[in-house]
Design a protein around this ligand. Structure first.
Ligand code: GLA
Length: 393
């Protein structure tokens, strides 16, 4: 879809699209660095070519009207600027609503209502950040329509942080900062190497030579993701508290190098929490190694790090499950694949594989056919490249 498609939808819903503007925010895939963001570690996500489109126009009154081309059965959702509580009946519309609310609460002059339509060309609930995508698309829309001046780099960081507040405070998901940063600051052909403790960042070219990234969606419904995610967070907090009590001079788990961790690990009383902490610390080291491998063109080392990451998430962090393990293990059987791992929160969602371009069609056929046979329903594949972040179209 492009700006015309989303403006045509606006026309259909509200009559005339005159004066409406179009915006886009991508989804993201995290190459490596899983469950490190809220542990003060590094991540390495890319923005994707698919995501969420919005067309919107200001109104003269205080009503906000939203329509989603993906959930037409919900009809046009209406709410007033003065009545901005999360409302379960509003379903998906709580995302744009939360962004409007948080911008207003932070003193941004979003002082009139809006008509907007939304349509995503990405799978939602697949672990590719459809929620950060709709949040950031709303944020760039507000910045443009209300002249908030948040288009530069600093403004984008501000918008990403506000959208994280939406996710944590309004939607009620206790996620880290990775997704909003990737969606806000993604740059074509690169991955965002982000230190989540300091927000220092740089772009690492994703030049895989004859290889490409294949994203694989398990299509598993992710019923328990939020509660399991929050459980992992508190297990890490427990491990951190134990380490600090024993005298480790750290403010987050990823302050420890692998060597330091092995010196301190006995201080973590609960063996499950110890394994969670071990994953966070070692995964953080793998991100640094992966950046090094990518920068020096050692794609096979990069692939091996992806495999190690998956195994750590499978056995230490326990966020994979049958479907993601099936995708990874099928991928590992293929000679054209250098490495594969789950990506995102896990418990369903998506995986990624580094696959030789000339073998990608055969890879997809092999993995797809066997996954369907073992799991009982199909997975889906996307051959996306690293793309730009949220923008006006
Ligand atoms: C989800 C969260 C992110 C991050 C990942 C796991 O995508 O939104 O903040 O914690 O899980 O790496």
């Amino acid at each position: 879809m492009d700006s015309c498609g989303i403006l045509a939808l606006f026309d259909k819903v509200y009559g005339r699209s005159e004066g409406a503007e179009a915006f886009f925010a991508p989804g993201r895939v995290n190459l490596i660095g899983e469950h490190t963001d809220y542990n003060g570690g590094h991540v390495l996500p890319c923005a994707l070519t698919f995501g969420t489109y919005i067309a919107a126009r200001r109104r003269t009154d205080g009503w906000v009207r939203c329509f989603s081309g993906n959930y037409p059965e919900t009809g046009v959702v209406r709410f007033e600027l003065e009545e901005m509580a999360n409302d379960p009946r509003h379903g998906w519309a709580n995302y744009p609503k939360g962004v409007v609310r948080v911008f207003r609460d932070n003193g941004f002059p979003v002082d009139s209502g809006l008509d907007m339509v939304v349509r995503g060309d990405m799978p939602s609930g697949a672990g590719l950040s459809s929620s950060a995508s709709i949040e950031m698309a709303t944020a760039v829309m507000l910045s443009s329509l209300f002249s908030l001046g948040l288009e530069d780099e600093e403004g984008r960081v501000r918008m990403a942080l506000l959208c994280k507040d939406v996710e944590n405070g309004f939607i009620g998901v206790n996620s880290g900062i990775m997704d909003q940063f990737a969606v806000a600051l993604g740059r074509a052909g690169t991955a965002l190497f982000l230190d989540c403790a300091t927000l220092e960042r740089r772009y690492v070219p994703v030049d895989l030579g004859e290889y490409e990234i294949v994203v694989m969606n398990t299509n598993k419904s992710r019923m328990l993701v939020e509660s399991k995610y929050n459980e992992r967070r508190s297990e890490c907090e427990q491990a951190l508290a134990d380490l600090r009590r024993a005298g480790a001079p750290i403010s987050s788990l990823c302050d420890l190098s692998a060597g330091e961790f092995f010196g301190w690990e006995d201080a973590v009383a609960d063996p499950v929490c110890r394994r969670r902490a071990r994953h966070a610390v070692l995964e953080n080291g793998r991100v640094l190694a992966a950046v090094d491998a990518l920068t020096s063109g050692r794609i096979d080392d990069f692939g091996r790090l992806l495999n190690e990451s998956h195994l750590s998430l499978q056995f230490d962090y326990e966020t994979t499950g049958r479907e993601l393990d099936c995708l990874a293990e099928l991928s590992w059987q293929r000679e054209e694949c250098l490495g594969a791992r789950m990506t995102g929160a896990g418990f369903g969602g998506a995986a990624l594989a580094v696959v030789r371009r000339d073998g990608a069609a055969e890879f997809i056929r092999f993995v797809g056919e066997r996954y369907g046979r073992y799991i009982g329903y199909d997975c889906a594949f996307y051959r996306s490249v690293a793309a730009d972040g949220a923008r006006r179209l």
